[in-house]
Design a binder for this molecule. Structure first.
Ligand SMILES: [Fe+2]
Length: 398
């Protein structure tokens, strides 16, 4: 059979020069980072094959705001328990600091478990080093405290209700957790390149509101010496002003965050930040939990990674938060979840049952079927059939 010439690879290639391709200029513009690097060469990330440069004005060569020549007179966010102040700080500066978000006891529980885990992973040879420091990934499986944080349970994080509220306001209700991992800054490490966490969406900027919102758990004091996170306060506004595909001019300098153990920083997915340089002899950890809309592909592939016992004991809220509540436009399995609203605890869209069946080696997928299929094939215990049955029953019983 002859394929029409228009459908051949050669023809498609010949008829697809760069200037004919739709949206190419926008998608491949490299903006706004192209203009950011042109206008702010001090923001170029370091060459990690060379010793780190100091004294030449690079972004990591900085200090905390109150000691910084440029920033010391600005009224930058201070740790607060006042939700209205947090809202103001987020809008103006792209971040806020929640004072005592974890109580002393909660903070110690968090940090102890984290440090033990980091040490254990090194001993087991499963530690995950980066040029900045050791990462401890997939915290959900590594301590009850972390799973509780994902659902903002006040037992683990006393400011949970405040965090929930701000997330609802910034992302819209129904948001889910993108990932929860710990970022180490190791002595002798390199700074992270300054970035925005919703960078993968660029050149779309989402001017009206962020598409990702991050919460950073700070279980130990951080400052300019121990690799505290670098931030450019207010940088989200430069992105907003530039708009999708736009250019950014000169940016203000970066500062090291200064915060006490127990603080949680909330920050906009459009604010520039990155791990700082640790100039002490001790490892420093923070942990970041970013959050996104429920249809987004999450950074952590929770459906595979969450441990069976954690899954078994997870509350409906936690299941929802890790994306195990399907909805029309996300996480459906064999069509199960289409038409679901993605609400916490809905049987319609609950994908835990598929994972459980999978773990047992009992997940039965629907394959090729026809009028000629054998009775055995037609009557298999299809997981999706069981799921639909259960969902219908739950609707009837309401
Ligand atoms: Fe980041």
């Amino acid at each position: 059979m002859k394929v029409p010439i228009e459908f051949t690879e050669e023809h498609v290639e010949e008829n697809s020069p760069h200037d004919k391709q739709i949206y190419r200029d926008f998608l491949r513009s490299g903006e706004p980072f192209r203009s950011i690097m042109e206008n702010n060469p001090w923001l170029m990330p370091p060459d990690i094959k060379k010793p780190l440069e100091w004294g030449t004005g690079r972004y990591w060569d900085t200090t905390v705001a109150r000691k910084h020549d440029y920033w010391k007179d600005f009224d930058l966010p201070k740790a607060t328990k006042d939700i209205n102040q947090m809202r103001k700080d987020i809008k103006e500066w792209g971040f806020c600091l929640i004072e005592d978000a974890m109580s002393k006891k909660q903070c110690a529980r968090f940090l102890d478990r984290l440090l033990e885990q980091a040490e254990g992973e090194r001993l087991a040879g499963v530690d995950q080093p980066t040029p900045s420091g050791q990462y401890v990934n997939t915290l959900i499986n590594k301590g009850e405290v972390f799973a509780q944080c994902i659902e903002q349970n006040p037992e683990a994080v006393q400011a949970g209700p405040v965090i929930e509220q701000i997330m609802d306001e910034t992302l819209g209700k129904g948001w889910i957790c993108h990932s929860f991992l710990s970022n180490g800054s190791d002595p002798g490490g390199y700074p992270q390149g300054l970035h925005i966490d919703q960078g993968p969406l660029l050149p779309w900027v989402t001017e009206e509101a962020p598409a990702l919102f991050n919460s950073m758990y700070i279980p130990q004091d951080v400052n300019e010496k121990n690799g505290s996170t670098l931030v450019i306060p207010g940088s989200h506004n430069f992105f907003i002003k530039a708009g999708s595909g736009g250019k950014v001019g000169k940016l203000p300098p970066a500062v090291n965050l200064e915060a006490k153990a127990g603080t949680v920083m909330l920050f906009d997915g459009r604010m520039m930040h990155g791990t700082g340089v640790n100039r002490t002899k001790k490892q420093r950890f923070v942990a970041t939990m970013s959050n996104v809309k429920a249809w987004t592909r999450t950074q952590e592939n929770w459906v595979i990674s969450v441990a069976p016992d954690i899954l078994e004991n997870a509350s409906p809220k936690l299941l929802h938060r890790i994306g195990l509540q399907a909805l029309t436009y996300g996480a459906t399995i064999e069509g199960f979840g289409l038409g679901a609203a993605g609400r916490i605890g809905d049987q319609w869209g609950s994908i835990k049952q598929f994972r459980t069946a999978y773990d047992r080696g009992e997940y039965e997928r629907v394959r090729e079927l026809s009028v000629n299929s054998t009775p055995e094939d037609l009557n298999k215990k299809y997981t999706v059939r069981e799921a639909v049955k259960k969902a219908r029953e739950s609707i009837k019983s309401k």
